[in-house]
Design a protein around this ligand. Structure first.
Ligand code: SF4
Length: 479
């Protein structure tokens, strides 16, 4: 089944899943409320957004220069950098490294890029046991599901779901539902695996060019354990995560925390600058940074769309999107969901994902909350324009006909009058939402609005000049 069909089918099914929507509605409202309070802590939130936009614009416009600077500074301390053009190259590099070093166990912290390149299934297929150590990721891994949300992977689940899962997979008594006990069970399992793993894989929230540092932000401490305990640390990240200067973090750390979860700053912010140095007592023996392009370079070369690469994956646009609330993260069928997923995925995975641009009400809420001022809904419109030639011929013909109709005021009025008459006649023959109802695609799921007694034009004429519109009113009453 093609991606657009699959999306439509999944969206129809998920949109009527009432228990899921109860969980989602509550969780999304909680995040929105927290982020709203967090924004108030800023002296000028919009000035911070504008500054962040300017920094990212500078970074993406000079991506080559800043990435090379990052590489130079990191390799000077013994780190290694691999440039992966495609998802397959990134995967193969990590797999080959794991095989060369006889890695049997991997611990991973949350990384959407690792989802993008399907790293865990590849490692597992090679016989390398791979454990997700972010609690939400761990839960969805046990359920054999992809993350539901780029920041909160298990947003769709209640505590009871987790209790039942841990009972089935970890052997916890069925009666255990308290969050502390559930977390303690996951923690015990993870600690054992942290100590046994030979390789730790993390993502990166930011790459700092002038310092050659990888900045990792998290709330659970699992990323710093993944980076520090195993003898090999691999960072897998997209090239767009670059920031020019270390001091830029003073803006981006609080901005990311506030937009994503409403926190003033996330609990753990680590700066990692290479493997263990001679005068250090702990840390990995090797550190590799895999810089993934996978379509990003091409996007960076497009001055009109490159701001899509400003994204810091805070998740705010998902949390506020009415479509995300309706179809949920799994409905999109993509690694990146919500408005940012809809604009980014066609660039990463090709035009067969252009249908995602239709998954928007174009309300603009996503654009208004984005902490780096990405023009999300204008990008959605652009994608719709770009993909209009690939729409089904019936849709294209319908829009051409509408263009012809709406292009002439008199014609529009005349045909509108006839159309209303026809609709009235059709509705007198068929009950709303019955199989004969011409508006059935709409009335099947919604109450049809009543046809007004007159058109807006007639109403307007009457209002402006009541005496001269007796005729028009009489005509309208019959239209
Ligand atoms: S597009 Fe903006 S709001 Fe959405 S995840 Fe990225 S940074 Fe956050």
């Amino acid at each position: 089944m093609n991606a657009a069909r699959q999306f439509e089918q999944d969206a129809r099914r998920i949109a009527v899943d009432v228990p899921l929507h109860q969980v989602l509605k509550k969780n999304l409202a909680t995040y929105q409320h927290a982020a709203g309070l967090g924004r108030e802590r800023f002296a000028d939130w919009n000035a911070a957004r504008a500054q962040a936009h300017a920094v990212k614009a500078e970074a993406i416009a000079h991506l080559d220069r800043y990435l090379l600077e990052f590489e130079r500074n990191l390799t000077a301390r013994g780190g290694r950098v691999f440039w992966a053009e495609t998802a397959a190259e990134a995967r193969d590099y990590i797999l080959a490294l794991a095989r060369r070093r006889q890695v049997r166990q991997v611990v991973k912290s949350k990384s959407m890029v690792s989802e993008e390149v399907h790293l865990t299934p590849a490692l597992e297929a090679a016989g390398i046991a791979t454990l997700e150590t972010d609690l939400g990721e761990y839960i969805v891994q046990l359920r054999n599901e992809p993350p539901f949300h780029i920041v909160t992977p298990a947003m769709h689940l209640r505590r009871e779901h987790v209790a039942a899962l841990f009972h089935e997979k970890l052997g916890l008594p069925e009666s255990v539902h308290e969050p502390e006990a559930l977390v303690a069970a996951a923690r015990a399992e993870m600690r054992r695996r942290f100590l046994a793993a030979e390789m730790g894989i993390t993502g990166a929230n930011f790459l700092i060019a002038d310092a050659g540092l990888v900045a990792v932000t998290e709330n659970e401490g699992n990323a710093r354990l993944s980076a520090a305990l195993p003898r090999i640390h691999v960072v897998l990240t997209g090239i767009e995560k670059i920031l020019p200067r270390l001091r830029d973090l003073a803006l981006f750390w609080p901005l990311l925390a506030t937009a994503g979860t409403g926190q003033a700053v996330t609990c753990y912010n680590s700066l990692i600058g290479g493997p263990r140095q001679e005068n250090e007592s702990d840390g990995p023996e090797e550190m590799h940074v895999v810089l993934l392009d996978n379509g990003r370079g091409e996007l960076a070369a497009d001055p009109e769309q490159r701001d899509i690469l400003h994204c810091i994956r805070c998740g705010a646009c998902l949390n506020i999107c009415p479509i995300f609330e309706t179809v949920g993260g799994h409905g999109y069928g993509t690694t990146y969901q919500g408005p940012i997923g809809a604009v980014l995925t066609p660039h990463l995975r090709g035009p067969r994902f252009a249908h995602l641009a239709q998954a928007s009400s174009l309300c603009g809420a996503c654009t208004s909350v984005c902490p780096v001022e990405i023009d999300l809904h204008p990008h959605l419109l652009q994608l719709r324009r770009d993909s209009s030639r690939r729409r089904p011929w019936r849709e294209q013909a319908a829009f051409r006909a509408f263009g012809w109709l709406a292009g002439d005021g008199k014609r529009f009025e005349k045909l509108g009058r006839r159309g209303r008459r026809w609709l009235r006649y059709a509705q007198s023959l068929a009950a709303p939402s019955s199989r004969l109802d011409p508006l059935r695609p709409w009335t099947r799921y919604r109450a049809a609005p009543e046809l007004p007694p007159e058109s807006f034009r007639d109403w307007w004429r009457k209002r402006k000049n009541p005496a001269a519109t007796n005729d028009a009113g009489a005509k309208a009453a019959h239209s």
